[in-house]
Design a protein. Structure first.
Length: 343
């Protein structure tokens, strides 16, 4: 309560040093009647009530105080309890928002489903109803060849996913349908691709030799950011594209792909100043995605639909296309300045 003194810290369970002859632990769950002993079912039974009743057994009093304060002491020490099937049965499942420790004690699960009796560490991640709340460590997926891999809940609960193996075919890494993000390091070899996706949604390729942050909106997986690859070849100088819907799509471009040898029907951008005037640099706050609630600056995809439709890629756009328009607009302005100076 506001203004109330801080309660004393419970450092240990009440009676933790009591001998077995004067403490009952654990207190039995089932009724002990007709024996006048305490239980979780009866509490102190009717025989202990009234002036003529049998006084409560001090062993039970000590045991009850021990049980209560042991739990409080554990919470005071920062401990969370793991999933317990007996609790799930007794309470008809865990309540929404319940928090339990992971089986390996490196993270926490938070429940998203009312009356949830699924074990978050052993149930399929897509159907468990639990999502990671806090976690530490990495998951190493090794031996990849040509078979898809569905991450288990404990695997997907790690922030970092490393991939290794010699690919003999394209591989999909199936993530659970959580609203979450992961750092994925693709250390595989072989002339094939690795796609990160959910079972039912779209995904994104993480190129070999690249470490990328992938984000899921609960259905689709896209690229939030990508490291610059130190390798040469097709994935050199790769950059990630964040789209207008908070990173649900991605595109790559590299130096080699700008070669005219790869292109046909090459024409200058017509009327670049007018087209540029249709685009608006805007400040805004994200409504969804990993940047939800954050202020940002950029372009609006719907403006690009009118001013530069050639650069539109689904819900996002090609940064190279916008750069091309800016270069053309600057050249057009330079030409106008030169014409004015010649007058």
């Amino acid at each position: 309560m506001p203004g109330a003194p801080t309660p004393p810290t419970i450092l240990a369970a009440f009676g933790f040093g009591a001998g077995s002859s004067y403490i009952t632990t654990p207190i039995p769950f089932a009724s002990q009647q007709p024996n006048p002993r305490a239980s979780y079912t009866d509490g102190f039974p009717p025989q202990t009530v009234g002036a003529t009743g049998t006084p409560p057994d001090v062993r039970d009093v000590n045991g009850i105080m021990y049980s209560v304060t042991a739990n409080i002491a554990a919470f005071s020490a920062g401990q969370f309890f793991q999933f317990n099937s007996s609790i799930a049965t007794q309470d008809s499942g865990y309540a929404t928002g319940a928090i339990v420790a992971s089986a390996d004690l490196t993270g926490l699960w938070i429940n998203q489903t009312s009356g949830n009796s699924n074990n978050p560490d052993t149930t399929a991640a897509a159907t468990s109803g639990w999502t990671p709340l806090a976690r530490y460590g990495l998951t190493a997926v090794t031996g990849l060849t040509n078979a898809n891999v569905t991450l288990t809940a404990p695997q997907a609960a790690k922030d970092i996913i490393t991939l290794a193996g010699t690919l003999t075919g394209n591989v999909q890494i199936i993530f659970p349908p959580w609203e979450d993000e992961w750092l994925v390091a693709n250390n595989t070899t072989g002339a094939f691709s690795v796609t990160c996706k959910t079972a039912s949604g779209t995904g994104v390729i993480v190129p070999q030799g690249v470490t990328s942050i992938v984000y899921s909106d609960g259905t689709n997986i896209g690229l939030v950011g990508s490291s610059l690859s130190a390798n040469t070849g097709a994935v050199a100088n790769t950059l990630a594209q964040r789209d207008s819907n908070a990173g649900l799509t991605a595109a790559y471009f590299n130096v080699a792909s700008s070669s005219i040898a790869l292109k046909e029907d090459v024409m200058p951008i017509t009327d670049p100043l007018r087209r540029l005037s249709l685009l608006r640099g805007m400040t805004f706050r994200w409504k969804a995605g990993p940047q939800r609630g954050q202020n940002d600056i950029g372009l609006i995809k719907e403006d690009l639909d009118h001013g530069l439709p050639e650069a539109v890629r689904g819900k996002g756009y090609s940064p190279i296309g916008v750069i091309g328009l800016l270069v053309s607009a600057v050249n057009a302005l330079a030409q106008r300045v030169a014409e004015l100076e010649d007058r």
